[in-house]
Design a protein around this ligand. Structure first.
Ligand code: 6GU
Length: 255
């Protein structure tokens, strides 16, 4: 059997630890757990309370609607963690107030040993949690009712950067977004479906032409849909040649 210790261990502290079960039961994340490339534990925050009712939230000072999650259970978990593993973990607080999550941050986080997500609910966690937090991260400009789904989104993206998790690591490194371009369109059989044909070049068997076609499609899509990415991108010579060809085709078409 495989006795290797996972390179990257995820922990999610939540009042709804069961939410993570389905995520861990399918696809690439499940495989990576089985292969012990990554580790994951969902922790029930209530196990770190001390009162009879296992209270995790309370009314907020200063008034206003909504409950706030108490800070003590998170600190108790953190202290127990440091005691058990003898090292400080990296703590992520999913919150709409955080910096926007992206592939660059996913890659950075994939190099940490132990990653803990503190999943809040209601109006969030008592601000004093910030003493323990290394990264406050948002997954987009919309409000979700808890940090569990964002934690799963981030674990999915982060684990893809752990070598061995995605079968062909080249496909991660070459991943469109990682390279600063959107992905090119993909096709599979049949060649024709209800009059819709697969682009001829993909059937040609000419790898050079296929590569150039895909690169041009990626560049066009990025320029039109994500001008922000297009303007940020440092184009290679090969990419600049592809841009020239796009322009040439446009001018030819206009004549
Ligand atoms: Cl990380 N948490 C919550 N509650 N809502 C969000 C979010 C995070 N990112 C976007 N919306």
């Amino acid at each position: 059997m495989n006795e290797r210790k996972p390179v990257l261990n995820f922990f999610a502290v939540s009042i709804f630890p069961e939410m993570f079960k389905i995520f861990c039961s399918f696809g690439i994340f499940k495989k990576a757990l089985e292969k012990k490339l990554i580790g994951f534990q969902a922790i029930n925050l209530r196990d770190y309370t001390t009162d009879k009712h296992r209270t995790t939230d309370d009314y907020q000072y200063g008034g206003s609607h909504g409950m706030v999650m108490k800070v003590e259970p998170f600190f108790r978990f953190y202290d127990a963690f440091v005691e058990k593993y003898g090292e400080k973990p990296t703590v992520i607080l999913p919150t709409p107030k955080g910096r926007l999550f992206n592939n660059e941050l996913a890659m950075e986080l994939s190099k940490k040993g132990n990653l803990i997500f503190f999943c809040g609910r209601y109006e969030g966690i008592d601000e004093r949690i910030s003493v323990l937090v290394d990264y406050e991260v948002s997954i987009g400009d919309y409000v979700l009712s808890g940090g569990e789904l964002p934690a799963m989104v981030m674990m999915d993206a982060i684990s893809r950067f752990v070598p061995g998790v995605v079968g062909d690591f080249r496909s991660v490194q070459e991943d469109s977004i990682t390279m600063g371009l959107l992905d090119y369109p993909h096709y599979t059989r049949p060649e024709e479906f209800r009059g819709l044909r697969v682009p001829e070049v993909l059937l040609s068997g000419d790898h050079k032409r296929v590569e150039l076609f895909r690169l041009k499609e990626s560049i066009k899509l990025t320029a039109l849909r994500r001008p922000d990415l297009f303007l940020k991108k440092d184009f290679t010579k090969q990419e600049k040649m592809a841009i020239l060809e796009i322009l040439r085709e446009l001018l030819d078409g206009a004549q």
